[in-house]
Design a protein around this ligand. Sequence first.
Ligand code: BTN
Length: 320
Amino acid sequence: MGLKTRVLEILENNRGRSISGNSIANSLGITRSAVWKAVVDLRREGYIIDAVTNRGYCLTGESGLMNERSIQGFLTTEHLGRKLDVFKTIDSTNNFAKSLAQLGGEHGHTIIAEQQTVGRGRADKSFYSPANQGIYMSVIVRPRIPVACSPRITACTAVAVADAIKDTAGIECGIKWVNDIFVHGKKLCGILTEAAVGVETGELDYAVIGIGINANNAEFPDEIRDTATSLFFESRRIINRAELTASVLNHLESRLKELESGSFMNEYRERSILIGKRARILSGDRVTEYDCTGIDDNGFLVVRDMDGNEEHLSTGTILT
Ligand code: BTN
């Protein structure tokens, strides 16, 4: 266990109480300045540690939790996450964000929850959302783009999330068309984009981008144990969820500017774990075996069936 982690462990055991640098140093057999250096590093990772003269260090009660202060401290965006609501528990952040968007919720307004009771995924699947472990966030966006470009939003988000995970946790991820982030053959993150078109304008009114990341999960229920992974499993360290959340928003804001040009699509293709593979794909109520040959500029999967006919699939579920 590294020095920083051992210092954190002592601070955790005294959460909310001050403990002197001297006594941390003595119990670890290190100098006071080494304790100080560990505290500086921990603060950089987002832990809120107060230092009070003659009393020592105190890990504040909110440290490691998701709140406005801890997330916004890492934000570099103009709009995304500047308006932020963090709930302890909610049915689904996408449900809440959609209701807000229908009432005129502004571009960038972000909803985060520590737990979802009815976390939703694509195709009526649920998204496992236990308390204080994952990241469950929904962002209202109102990009001024032709409706024809809106299917790109999910692909654009997948690239932003992969970039953020690389920056924050140092892990390279693959993208499993259309909306899943994978590491070592297991699902790490899912994205659910729900959009509405203005009846009168015929233009995209809003999209709610829902992102669920398995961050610090140390276990999964039986049904998904073999198919899901977390950043904790992959890196063996606790991830600062506030920092990762902000990083997703930072990357997403800049990637959304590429929606019309589609310039993020090359990165999406580079990260694709399907191109060059054969897969059984459920599309509508039909299961077909295809060779996956590419992803077009709209984010549609280019496939060839066993008779050699080419199709561009806008949506579908990969069965194998
Ligand atoms: C999928 O796996 O198909 C997509 C999962 C998306 C989960 C996120 S968590 C935050 C937001 N709220 C939801 O109910 N779903 C999305």
